[in-house]
Ligand binder design. Structure first.
Ligand code: IPM
Ligand code: MG
Length: 396
């Protein structure tokens, strides 16, 4: 989905974080594939200048900071960037760098499209029924990080306030409880719902499904649902009454079952942060795993966006040239679409479709192929470039 109002020059600078672990293997492959697609799609009239910015282990080694200020500043300045996987630094109180980045730039819409590529191994019978996009709010909820270690000063004071002043009696073991807070706001809810609905309208989808736990957490998840319906009535009333748009709600437990039994019933899903984390992986598992699933973290008002591989650093396979670069490459396709460079994105997606159809895959998704041709990370990238530039079948 293109960001409205974004003015994109023909030659752009894209800051990128290589990432930890397999990031070093998949990022160069991804850049090569994107460069080839842009060149091919626009005959050399458009180009990307890649600007490496540091984060993660490498950044820590070089300047003692996992997420240097200059990195955030670069994403702020250039608006749109790409990111490989980052290892969450070990140690108490150190937060996930991915979450820090989302919060620093207020990238509230965590957008994850899921589709099936023919031939990829899947644990379900009809993975091709999955073709949908999840919108996960990603600045609020229990994920916002408002919680305190048991025994800490703030933790104690919060407990005293809750049990004392508020006379809350539902804490089962008041002497030994750690606390966290779940913030859900009307603004936060409305902006993510707007994204989901705009996406549905611009992608010819009719149904937007609100996934929530509003039956139990009435004043947070329940408020999310109420604010969503109110806003939709106010701002999209004509689409709702004409039937062009159908907004419905389902509780998360029932949805997770339905996501496996009837995924074809869903087009656009919108949900709060924690539910969104679970839901994303449930769909990823069905289409080949997180290795096949891209993500975008976007603020549609400011235009800031960071597209990312949704998997981790995969320490067990580092340095072996076996990692699947598709999550990152598909994230780069989301980035190209966001920039309005859809032709280049389409070229890559078609190349992935054709390459996988020929049974050329990385090891993680290979075993379902009868005549599979398992290749390395770099060779998979070469096959994609070959497919795009030759415009014909790759002969191996
Ligand atoms: C994801 C990941 C992250 C998240 C972790 C690594 C913080 O699981 O992007 O889904 O939960 O957002
Ligand atoms: Mg996750």
């Amino acid at each position: 989905m293109t960001s409205k109002g974004l003015k994109v020059p023909d030659d752009i600078t894209v800051p990128f974080i290589t990432g930890d672990g397999i990031g070093k293997e998949i990022m160069p492959v991804c850049k090569a594939v994107v460069d080839a697609a842009v060149k091919q799609a626009y005959n050399g009239n458009r180009s990307i200048e890649w600007l490496e910015v540091m984060a993660g282990q490498e950044a820590f080694k070089q300047n003692g900071a996992y997420l240097p200020d200059e990195t955030i500043a670069a994403f702020r300045e250039y608006l749109v960037g790409l990111k490989g996987p980052l290892k969450t630094p070990s140690g108490r109180g150190v937060r996930s760098l991915s979450i820090m980045l989302r919060q620093a730039l207020d990238l509230y819409a965590c957008q994850r499209p899921f589709r099936y590529f023919y031939g990829v191994t899947s644990p379900v019978k009809y993975p091709d029924r999955i073709n949908l996009c999840v919108f996960r709010e990603s600045t609020e909820d229990v994920y916002a990080g408002i919680e305190w270690p048991f025994g800490s000063e703030k933790g104690k004071r919060f407990g005293e306030f809750l049990l004392g002043e508020l006379k809350e009696e539902k804490v089962r073991f008041p002497e030994s409880t750690a606390f966290g807070v779940k913030p859900i706001s009307r603004e936060g809810t409305e902006r993510i719902i707007r994204c989901a609905i705009d996406y549905a309208l611009s992608h010819n989808r009719r149904s937007v499904t609100l996934v929530h736990n509003g039956n139990i957490m009435k004043y947070t998840e329940g408020a999310f649902v109420n604010w969503a319906y109110d806003m939709a009535e106010r701002e999209y009333g004509t689409y709702l009454s004409s039937g062009r748009l159908v907004l419905s709600g389902i509780t998360c437990d029932a949805f997770l079952q339905s996501a496996i039994l009837h995924p074809e019933e869903y087009g656009v899903i919108v949900t709060s942060n924690l539910n969104g984390d679970y839901i994303s992986d449930v769909f990823a598992a069905q289409v080949g795993g997180v290795g096949m699933s891209p993500g975008g973290n976007i603020n549609y008002e400011t235009g800031h966006a960071i597209f990312e591989a949704t998997h981790g650093v995969a320490s067990d396979i580092v340095g072996r040239n076996v990692a699947n670069p598709c999550s990152l490459i598909l994230a780069a396709c989301m980035m190209l679409e966001y920039l309005g460079w859809k032709e280049a994105a389409d070229l890559i997606v078609t190349a992935i479709e054709r390459t996988l159809r020929q049974g050329i895959t990385t090891a993680d998704i290979a075993d379902s192929f009868k005549h599979g041709n398992c290749v390395g990370t770099k060779e998979f990238g070469d096959a994609l470039v070959n497919m795009m530039t030759s415009g014909t079948r790759v002969i191996r």
